[in-house]
Design a binder for this molecule. Structure first.
Ligand code: FPP
Length: 261
């Protein structure tokens, strides 16, 4: 994917187009992770029930998945439902699940057309059987795609992921002298994937919220006041441009974003 692929879906002369033209396609973040926040506040501002914010958030998901694939992001991870989100009212939880199911039904062809591979990270085994089937179906049908990897974090918790990884490595009989950071990473849900270079959080909150705790060790964090239902390609491009202006140090000395990893 490239500038031309991106320009094909941006209105000519739009602010998005101007932003797209500033992107350095040789220095893209490989993995972008997003904490989609602010759906409830978006709905409250409009005197609507909270679930309407989630419904509107689906359009942002569509726009950002398409935008990321066209920019040439290799891995996009969206935080859709945390292990803590079960504490929300049952109606909100069931609406979120129904929205997810609908999204998969409606968007599977778009994912296939755009060569996007879909994967779930988290504990889908605790979700309702019909949702599990839908997720497994989307994973299976997109498994051979070679373009962007789209991870959806569902029933996900960063600490739970680390504990599960520890259990699995003990069960695999890994001895302490064989264990290092790289080996440990291989037991996480994201085994084999690059760590996020850029973590985006919407709605202005300055929290990590138990998301990819191990993997974001060196991620650049970009927080926007924009609420998730208002988030579009334009904001993704702003985040990428901000990322490209950062110096990444990995605890060492100055180095430009991305290059020299
Ligand atoms: C946070 O907003 C958002 C969520 C807990 C859910 C995000 C889910 C979606 C956008 C829809 C389903 C996703 C996919 C990928 C199909 P909040 O409710 O915490 O907002 P608030 O902080 O303003 O209350």
């Amino acid at each position: 994917m490239s500038l031309q692929d991106l320009l094909a879906v941006l209105p000519a002369g739009s602010p998005e187009e101007a932003l797209a033209r500033q992107v350095n396609f040789d220095r893209l973040p490989e993995h972008v992770a997003v904490i989609m926040d602010g759906n409830g506040r978006w709905a409250a501002q409009r005197h609507l029930p909270r679930v309407e914010g989630h419904r509107a958030g689906i359009e942002s998901v569509r726009d950002v998945v398409e935008g990321s694939a066209r920019v040439g992001i290799k891995v996009l991870t969206l935080y859709a439902f945390s292990v803590e989100n079960w504490k929300r009212p049952a109606m909100e939880v069931s609406t979120l699940m129904a929205l997810l199911k609908r999204y998969l039904r409606l968007e599977l062809n778009t994912l296939l057309r755009n060569n996007i591979r879909f994967r779930v990270i988290g504990r889908p085994e605790d979700l309702a059987p019909d949702i599990q089937r839908e997720l497994a179906d989307a994973e299976e049908k997109t498994a051979a795609n070679t373009g962007m990897l789209f991870n959806i974090a569902l029933n996900y918790g960063g600490r739970a992921e680390i504990v599960e990884a520890a259990k699995r490595l003990l069960a695999a009989g890994v001895r302490p002298d064989e264990l290092d950071e790289q080996r440990f990473s291989g037991f996480l849900y994201t085994a084999g994937q690059p760590d996020p270079d850029l973590l985006i959080r919407t709605s202005g909150e300055m929290r990590v919220s138990n998301f990819l705790l191990w993997q974001i060790a060196y991620a650049e964090i970009w927080v926007t006041e924009t609420l998730w239902p208002d988030f579009r390609k334009r904001h993704l491009l702003e985040a990428i441009l901000a990322y490209q202006k950062r110096e990444r140090r990995y605890g060492g000395i100055k180095q430009p974003a991305v290059a020299g990893r």
